[in-house]
Design a protein. Structure first.
Length: 109
């Protein structure tokens, strides 16, 4: 269940961060509420993840995939652009997460 909880935590964090952009500095009530709920859900499920996945590994996956998903959300929803160095860097993040999951003995398989 650790990876299911981790996926929920990542999605909740992406929702919360996306809503933060929409909240316009917490001046819009509905997106502001979504930020608080999104991060609350994210941290709750991340705490459940830490029961089965080591903290460093869980956080690396959570942060790495969150970065990539937030960047993609920015491109799709807010028409933000990514230059080549940004895309290469995010590719390296995804590669790092893949290496952790495929080769690390510290992750449950």
């Amino acid at each position: 269940m650790g990876y299911v909880y981790l996926a929920i935590a990542i999605v909740a964090e992406v929702v919360g961060t996306t809503a933060m952009q929409a909240s316009e500095g917490f001046t819009k009530p509905i997106p502001s509420i979504v930020v608080v709920v999104g991060y609350g859900v994210a941290f709750y499920f991340l705490s459940l993840v830490l029961r089965t996945i080591p903290m460093g590994i869980a956080y690396a996956i959570w942060a790495g995939l969150g970065i990539v998903l937030i960047a993609l959300t920015g491109v799709v929803l807010y028409k933000q652009t990514l230059d080549v160095p940004a895309m290469i860097g995010m590719g390296l993040i995804v590669a790092g997460v893949a290496i952790i999951n495929i080769f690390s003995r510290t992750t449950p398989h």
